[in-house]
Design a protein around this ligand. Structure first.
Ligand code: 13P
Length: 340
C-alpha cells in the first residue's frame, strides 16, 4: 500500500474546478443508451463513442478522472495508445469499474447486493499495471414499501468495505458508491432518512475493515424527491438535505465527495451541485462524477455519425464546463453574467 500515491490520486480526483466522467456503462447499459439514438452497440461503436469523449479538445480543463469499463481499459485511444495511458498523458486519472453488477438478496423482496469480490485482489493488481489509479463499486439501495431492509443496507455496506480495503492494499483509491435510487414516489424527507442509514452503516463497515478514510472517495446520490412524487424538492431543499446528511455521516478526514446524477435532468444535476458547493464551511470538496448528466447531449448529437463528432464534442465540453463551474459554486453567477 503506497500511501503517498493514494493521497496524490485522491487529491487529483477532486482538484478544484474539475470532476469525473463516468464512462463505465456495462455493455448492457450501453446497449440501452445506444438504442435510444439508433446506434448498434458493437465493440467498435463503443470504442468510437468513448474516444469521442476522451479526445474532446481541452476537456482536461474540467475532467480530473474517467471511470472506465473493463473493455474500454483494454481498447486503443485515437493516437493508438492504450486508453488508460492516453488519459494519463492528458493529466486525467484513469479509473476502473470493478464490481460485477447486482444479485437478489435471498429472503428480501428483490433487494440487491453487489457482487465481484471473488478474485478481486488479483484483478486489482492487473488494473494497477494497466495504469488505473482508482476504482468504483456501486451498491444499489431502493426505497419503497418496507424497503430498504436492514439486511440490504448491511450486506451492501460490508461488500463496499471489503472492496475498499482490497483497493487500498493495491494502491488504488476506492470510490465507494452507495446509490439510493430516485425511483418511486417517496418524499425527500424519506430519501434523507435512507441516505443517513445507508451512509452510517457504510462508514461503520469501513471502520470494521480498517479502511483508511484519508484514501477514499465517496460517490453518493443526492437527497431528492422520488421521481414519481408530484411534490419535487427545490434546488435549495435538495442542497440543504444532502449536505446535512453528509455532514452527519462522512468524516472530515476524507479527501472529497463526488455525486452521481442518477437520472436527474442535466441542468438539475448542475444546479444541485452548484448550490451545495456554494455553501460555506464544507469540510470536503464536492464535485461531479456523472454519466448521463454529462453525456446526454453528446450522445444525442453524435447518433453514430462521424460527421457529428465535432458537434458532439462541443456539447460534451459545454456540460463539463458547466459542471466544473458548479463544483466551485459559480455556475448560477456565470449564467446570470452571460444573460446580462
Ligand atoms: P449517472 O450519473 O448516470 O447516475 O451515472 C453515474 C454512475 O457512475 C452510476 O454508477
Amino acid at each position: 500500500m503506497d500511501k503517498a500515491l493514494l493521497s496524490r490520486t485522491a487529491a487529483a480526483m477532486v482538484a478544484k474546478g474539475k470532476g469525473i466522467l463516468a464512462a463505465d456503462e456495462s455493455s448492457g447499459t450501453c446497449e440501452k443508451r445506444f438504442k435510444s439514438v439508433n446506434v448498434e452497440c458493437t465493440e467498435e461503436n463503443r470504442r468510437s463513442y468513448r474516444n469521442l469523449l476522451f479526445s474532446t479538445p481541452g476537456i482536461e480543463q474540467y475532467l480530473s478522472g474517467v471511470i472506465l469499463f473493463d473493455e474500454t481499459a483494454r481498447q486503443k485511444a485515437v493516437d493508438g495508445s492504450p486508453i488508460p495511458q492516453y488519459l494519463q498523458k492528458k493529466g486525467i486519472v484513469p479509473g476502473i469499474k470493478v464490481d460485477k453488477g447486482t444479485a437478489d438478496i435471498p429472503f428480501t423482496a428483490g433487494e440487491k447486493v453487489t457482487e465481484g469480490l471473488d478474485g478481486l485482489q488479483k484483478r486489482m493488481k492487473e488494473y494497477f499495471e494497466m495504469g488505473c489509479r482508482f476504482a468504483k463499486w456501486r451498491a444499489v439501495i431502493t426505497i419503497g414499501e418496507g424497503i430498504p431492509t436492514h439486511t440490504c443496507i448491511y450486506a451492501n455496506a460490508h461488500a463496499l468495505a471489503r472492496y475498499a480495503a482490497i483497493c487500498q492494499e493495491a494502491s488504488i483509491v476506492p470510490m465507494i458508491e452507495p446509490e439510493v435510487l430516485l425511483d418511486g414516489n417517496h418524499t425527500a424527507e424519506r430519501s434523507e432518512e435512507v441516505h443517513e442509514a445507508t451512509l452510517r452503516a457504510t462508514y461503520a463497515a469501513l471502520a470494521a475493515y480498517n479502511v483508511s478514510l484519508e484514501h477514499l472517495i465517496l460517490k453518493t446520490s443526492m437527497v431528492v424527491s422520488g421521481k414519481d412524487n408530484p411534490r419535487q424538492a427545490s434546488v435549495e431543499e435538495v442542497a440543504e438535505r444532502t449536505v446535512r446528511v453528509l455532514k452527519r455521516t462522512v468524516p472530515a478526514a476524507q479527501p472529497g465527495i463526488v455525486f452521481l446524477s442518477g437520472g436527474q435532468s442535466d441542468e438539475a444535476a448542475t444546479a444541485h451541485l452548484s448550490a451545495m458547493a456554494a455553501m460555506p464551511g464544507l469540510p470536503w470538496p464536492l464535485t461531479f462524477s456523472y454519466s448521463r448528466a454529462l453525456q446526454n447531449p453528446a450522445l444525442k448529437t453524435w447518433r453514430g455519425q462521424a460527421g457529428n463528432v465535432a458537434a458532439a464534442q462541443k456539447a460534451f465540453f459545454h456540460r463539463a464546463h458547466m459542471n466544473g463551474l458548479a463544483s466551485t459554486g459559480k455556475w448560477r453567477a456565470e449564467l446570470e453574467k452571460q444573460a446580462a
